[in-house]
Design a protein around this ligand. Structure first.
Ligand code: SF4
Length: 169
């Protein structure tokens, strides 16, 4: 996988101190994107799943996949998430520019997030920008509890304040 950078012990990409893995490449090109240099698919450096697992294992911390858009590499993400869950049992968040509807409509994207705990969905929308939001940049983006959403067949949001679930409006 093409990895732009790995940030260890960050608290801005989900609850707790996490290992954030920035994957290269994004096709969404949102106006106002805070990180347009991440759009290039040949950015960063190639890292194997084993190398990434080693970093994650050493940190013993929950993991966030971000970028770029991790779901631009859905098969690789599916394999990495499966190993983090099955071998390490760690919480995994995934940021993506795809909406939940777009994810469930696409077999590869759906498989990529099946074992993710929380998906932060949707493109960054400059007109919806809100710096007071926790773990997301614009109001259209949602913190989606994947297991609850798949079980219910409708979007269930993750509430980071209370860790409670509540239905999407
Ligand atoms: S999805 Fe994220 S990385 Fe991609 S253009 Fe939008 S804000 Fe930037």
């Amino acid at each position: 996988m093409r990895v732009l950078k790995i940030v260890e012990g960050t608290s801005v990409d989900g609850p707790g101190l996490r290992t954030s893995i920035y994957l290269a490449g994004c096709n969404h090109h949102c106006p106002g994107c805070h990180n347009p240099q991440s759009w290039h698919f040949d950015g960063g450096r190639e890292m194997s799943q084993d190398e990434l697992l080693l970093v994650v294992t050493e940190n013993e911390a929950p993991v966030t996949l971000t970028g770029g858009d991790p779901l631009a590499q859905p098969r690789q993400v599916e394999g990495l998430v499966r190993r983090i869950k099955d071998e390490l049992g760690l919480d995994v968040w995934c940021y993506t520019g795809y909406t939940w509807d777009e994810i469930v409509a696409d077999e590869a994207l759906r498989a990529a997030v099946a074992q993710v705990d929380v998906v932060v969905d949707g493109r960054f929308v400059l007109a919806e920008r809100d710096t007071t939001l926790l773990f997301r940049g614009s109001r259209n983006q949602r913190l989606i509890d994947v297991a609850a959403t798949l079980a219910a067949g409708e979007v269930k949001l993750f509430d980071p304040q209370n860790n409670n679930l509540f239905s999407a409006q």
